[in-house]
Design a protein around this ligand. Structure first.
Ligand SMILES: Cc1cc2nc3c(=O)[nH]c(=O)nc-3n(C[C@H](O)[C@H](O)[C@H](O)COP(=O)(O)OP(=O)(O)OC[C@H]3O[C@@H](n4cnc5c(N)ncnc54)[C@H](O)[C@@H]3O)c2cc1C
Length: 450
């Protein structure tokens, strides 16, 4: 069996559903091949304000708002210091001036809202369909082969094949375009049934605590669920000599932010999951008959919660591009040049800021400089920072380059000023300058009563 579509979309995460909805709304014939059945768990719960206008365009903003926690911004704890990214403090470059807030979402719910919307707009959404092969004819990708839950194989052909399979990266793997970038860090995470008692978490802030070369997070989700995770170098994880589950459970019991950030005895309500490859890219993002959107193109360490925004923005760009193409004409790879160049800028600047983040995690002098930058005499710097963390990754590129180069310079100037005593293998659990929680359980009770 072979069916013809305007676009064959592989994967129904935020990237796949976004491109599907926009094309279906414009009357295009699209199919989404998704290997799972929704709702299904996915990591990536902290969203950015720049994405809110995409929710509006898709017609899902109300549904997202009703099922999530309003997020005013993100807060990073550097030892006893705090670096806030308050989304209302943007600069005049920011695209999100009308909507300076975002959401903390349960991805089971969020991804289903998005993909249900695609179906509602007319996309042919097929769950339980795993893409297993590409169809290539005369140097051009013209379709894919998918196998459904009961083992039926079928071919799906289209004018354009859009790879939105996330880290599955069907096209990248098949065409051998995948290339690791920074894959020495891993993420370990789970959800707990508990209530936040950390003031900022209660108020919907993303809260992260930096330690040497890594970080932990605490995210308040709907229905008394808290997302907890840790990112650390693979090499250090090996030295700790425990399973991911043991490490995460120990951090929940002993790490200052996690232990004091939620009500006592939190009950784990998900498996402990691991993402081992926290950085990879693709030699090309588009070719003859195909294009990649979201994580399928590249994946960068999630310390700035950039993934879902890049996924949905890249999907929007591809949908708009396809809608500009005249009907019935083959879309050449060159049509995606501007798309690729814009996404590569995102990749470059987010990567630079990620590198600066980890340089700071290893250097207390740099941490102090960053904390000072938040002070009033450098307000314009702080506003540029907020514009970046709000999702405008390629704006203020000169500022980003300066942050990156200054971070390198300071790290070079004070090379021994590290926060990792090599003789302390438990550094993850007890950062050198412990975080003192600004609130307590009684305060939480008072707030609830109010
Ligand atoms: C530890 C960690 C923390 C993170 N935290 C955040 C965060 O706070 N905020 C944020 O924005 N991002 C975060 N991310 C990143 C975020 O998870 C991704 O960037 C985002 O989900 C990308 O969306 P996507 O649609 O490109 O891919 P995905 O959401 O991965 O969707 C891909 C879909 O394709 C399907 N699929 C895969 N292979 C096939 C196949 N062969 N055939 C058919 N279907 C297939 C999958 O089932 C899936 O539904 C985090 C990532 C990690 C690892």
């Amino acid at each position: 069996m072979s069916i013809e579509f305007d676009a064959v979309i592989l994967g129904g995460g935020p990237a796949g559903s976004t491109v599907a909805t926009l094309l279906a709304q414009a009357g295009k014939r699209v199919v989404v091949l998704e290997k799972e059945h929704f709702p299904r768990y996915h990591i990536g719960e902290s969203l950015l304000p720049a994405t809110v206008s995409i929710f509006e365009r898709l017609g899902v903003h109300d549904a997202v708002r009703k099922t999530s926690v309003l997020k005013p911004g993100g807060k990073w704890l550097y030892g006893s210091h705090e670096v806030p990214g308050d989304f209302t403090r943007y600069d005049d470059q920011a695209s999100f001036q009308r909507t300076p807030y975002s959401y903390l979402v349960d991805r089971e719910v969020f991804d289903k809202i998005l993909l249900d919307r695609s179906a509602e707009c007319g996309a042919d959404v097929r769950y339980g369909h795993e893409v297993v092969d590409l169809i290539q004819e005369a140097g051009r990708v013209t379709g894919v082969v998918a196998v459904d839950d009961v083992g039926n194989r079928a071919e799906y052909r289209g004018r354009l094949v859009i790879d939105a399979t996330g880290l599955g990266a069907v096209i990248g793997r098949r065409l051998k375009l995948r290339q690791p970038t920074v894959n020495q860090r891993m993420g370990i995470y789970a959800q707990y049934r508990a209530e936040p008692i950390h003031r900022d978490a209660i108020d919907g802030w993303f809260v992260g605590q930096m330690f040497y070369d890594g970080w932990t997070w605490l995210i308040n989700l709907p229905d008394d669920t808290i997302s907890v995770g840790v990112v650390l170098p693979v090499e250090r994880f090996r030295k700790i000599n425990s399973s991911p589950e043991e490490l995460l459970e120990r951090m929940v019991r002993e790490n200052d932010l996690l232990k004091n950030g939620m009500t006592p005895n939190p009950v784990r309500v998900s498996e402990v999951r691991v993402t081992g490859n926290m950085g990879n890219s693709s030699k090309q993002l588009a070719g003859e008959g195909w294009v990649m959107v979201g994580d399928a193109g590249f994946f960068i360490d999630p310390c700035y919660s950039s993934g879902v925004h890049v996924a949905m923005e890249s999907a929007t760009m591809v949908a708009d591009l396809l809608l500009q193409q005249p009907d019935g004409v083959v879309i050449p790879a060159t049509a995606f040049r501007q798309y690729e160049s814009k996404l590569r800028k995102h990749e470059k600047y987010v990567t630079r800021m990620v590198e600066a983040f980890y340089m700071a995690s290893r250097n207390t002098t740099l941490q102090k400089v960053i904390v000072t930058m938040q002070d009033s005499f450098l307000k314009s710097m702080r506003r540029k920072f907020v514009t970046f963390v709000g999702g405008d990754f390629s704006k203020n590129s000169a500022y980003i380059t300066r942050v990156y180069l200054y971070s390198k310079f300071i790290s070079w100037l004070f090379p021994n000023n590290t926060t990792l005593p090599e003789n302390r293998p438990d550094y993850l659990v007890n950062p050198v300058v412990p975080f003192v929680p600004p609130t307590n359980i009684e305060d939480r009770e008072i707030r609830k009563a109010a």
